[in-house]
Design a protein around this ligand. Structure first.
Ligand code: BGC
Length: 504
């Protein structure tokens, strides 16, 4: 080989080595970046851990806070609101009643026909529509005029049908799913807005009065006979079908629970007398807080960017309004550590609330071998064009961690209620046992997360089993209550009607 040949060969070798070096370097860098992303996941998983020990601490804290909230107003972050519902529908109610359900993503108007004598519900017509986004932050009058107008249109469609005896005013159960300090069973004052609603002029005012004024403005003659939280409506419907129902839980856009309490346990209202000796208490558990809750930096970031900082801490870890956002925040952090979502930052990934919880559920439950649905959602919702399979798997993992933590915490909350009322099996015979067997206990559940998200439901059921143990868990029945909040409000209006009276 001549000199020239040697030079070319050496040159080629140098170039080859450089390319190989670059490739190796790139691979090493990429591996390092992937390692960092996996590190973010691991750290997040650890932060969200809900061991059985931790869940038990949450159960205890929930029961303790419930006691404190019943002892005095302001005694706990749990408001433990009186509802003045001391009797629940039992199947004997008769007549046609109306429901109006406001509080989540959708707004519902409904009419329910009841036959009495356990003939069950004869008919139920429901109209659902999304709440126009601008109303969430508009004016008080705009919101109530919108509701009253929809209700009027619904009633006008009845035409000349004989739905009510001549001369009888239509009676309405109004489900208003925000914290309300009730003055009576049919009126109450809004304490604060939650779930992204922020309307000036409503807080501190009587929402029944707002609705009745709006109904008068649109020329609708109707009487609000019951003002109820969605949890209370759900409890009412479930109790109508199954008298063992003692509590109701909503896990939808927001989250909350209510249950039947003995009046003598409601210390803050000494001397409270009811025919049944009990009253439904709206826990407002969305605001529950305990140092035992597994809080991560992403929860802190979500709270910081929310309009209600330091508020609704439990809700922000559990409900549909927030789960998508937590997943998005984790993915954003991963994108900062690496180029897993492409070289250029995806603009939608940076936009708050661009990933909604139904998308998290769809990605989590994607069982196609190439995770097609995950790819589609990343592309459509977050404008991430190509995500390799291993990235998609990682996204599913994040969805799993967020949803599992939410479901297990909700389970701990439910067991906390059971503990408070002595149905968690810890008190032996005194703890709701009959003939050595735990008493059947029905908990009504409404909301998309439990009813429409199978993996969430499985995680929740599994955690309840883990905490209570098989024997006691078998006596606890979760009853999915579809449209319960609205139908239940109409049932409560019916049971308040002078012709229909019932007891627990
Ligand atoms: C509200 C509760 C409601 C729950 C479920 C929460 O944000 O404060 O009153 O029951 O959402 O809709």
């Amino acid at each position: 080989m001549g000199r020239v040949g040697l030079g070319v060969a050496v040159g080629c070798a140098v170039v080859a080595c450089t390319i190989a070096g670059l490739l190796v370097g790139r691979r090493v860098k990429s591996r390092r970046r992937w390692g960092r992303v996996v590190g973010v996941l691991r750290e997040f998983e650890q932060g969200c851990a809900t061991s059985i020990g931790r869940l038990r601490q949450v159960v205890d804290a929930m029961a303790v806070e419930m006691h404190a909230g019943l002892a005095s107003d302001g005694g706990s972050k749990l408001k433990m609101l009186l509802t003045f519902v001391d009797t629940l529908p039992n199947g004997s109610e008769k007549g046609t009643f109306y429901g109006l359900d406001l509080g989540g993503t959708n707004f519902r108007v409904l009419r329910v026909q009841l036959g009495g004598s356990r003939s069950s519900i004869l008919g139920c017509q429901v109209e659902t529509q999304p709440i126009p986004q601008h109303l969430l932050t508009g004016s008080n009058e705009e919101l109530f005029d919108f509701i009253a107008t929809r209700l009027k249109i619904f009633i006008e469609k009845e035409g000349n049908e004989d739905v009510l005896p001549l001369g009888r005013t239509r009676e309405l159960g109004f489900t208003f799913s925000f914290p309300i300090r009730q003055i009576s069973v049919s009126s109450g004052v809004l304490i604060k807005w939650t779930k992204g609603f922020s309307i000036e002029g409503t807080v501190g005012g009587d929402v029944t009065q707002f609705l009745e004024e709006a109904m008068a403005r649109v020329g609708l003659d109707m009487k609000v006979s019951a003002l109820v939280n969605d949890t209370v409506g759900t409890l009412a419907l479930s109790h109508y079908h199954d008298e063992d129902t003692i509590a109701a839980v909503i896990i939808g856009t927001g989250t909350n629970a209510c249950y039947v309490e003995r009046t003598d346990a409601i210390i803050k209202c000494q001397g409270l007398l009811t025919n049944s000796g009990g009253m439904v208490v709206n826990i407002e558990w969305g605001n529950f807080w305990s140092s035992h809750l597994p809080r991560t930096p992403y929860d802190v970031a979500l709270d910081d960017e929310s309009p209600n900082r330091n508020d609704q801490g439990f809700e922000k870890m559990i409900s549909g309004m927030y789960l998508g956002e937590i997943v998005r925040l984790v993915l954003c952090r991963m994108a900062q550590e690496s180029d897993i979502f492409g070289d250029a930052p995806a603009p939608s990934l940076a936009a708050p609330f661009s990933l909604r919880t139904p998308m998290v559920a769809a990605m989590h439950e994607d069982d196609s071998p190439d995770l097609r649905e995950v790819g589609r959602i990343l592309e459509e919702a977050l404008q991430i064009p190509v995500a390799p399979l291993k990235t998609r798997r990682l996204v599913v993992r994040v969805c799993d961690v967020v949803s599992r933590r939410a479901a297990r915490l909700a389970a701990a909350g439910i067991v906390g209620i059971l503990k408070k009322v002595g149905r968690d099996g810890s008190g032996g015979f005194a703890g709701g046992r009959s003939k050595g067997k735990p008493r059947r206990t029905v908990v009504a559940i409404e909301g998309g997360l439990y009813a429409g998200y199978a993996m969430f439901r499985e995680y929740l059921d599994e955690a309840v089993g883990e905490i209570l143990g098989e024997d006691v868990a078998q006596s606890v029945v979760f009853r999915i209550s579809e449209d319960g909040s609205g139908v239940g409000a109409a049932l409560l209006a019916a049971s308040r009607s002078p012709e229909n009276q019932s007891t627990f």
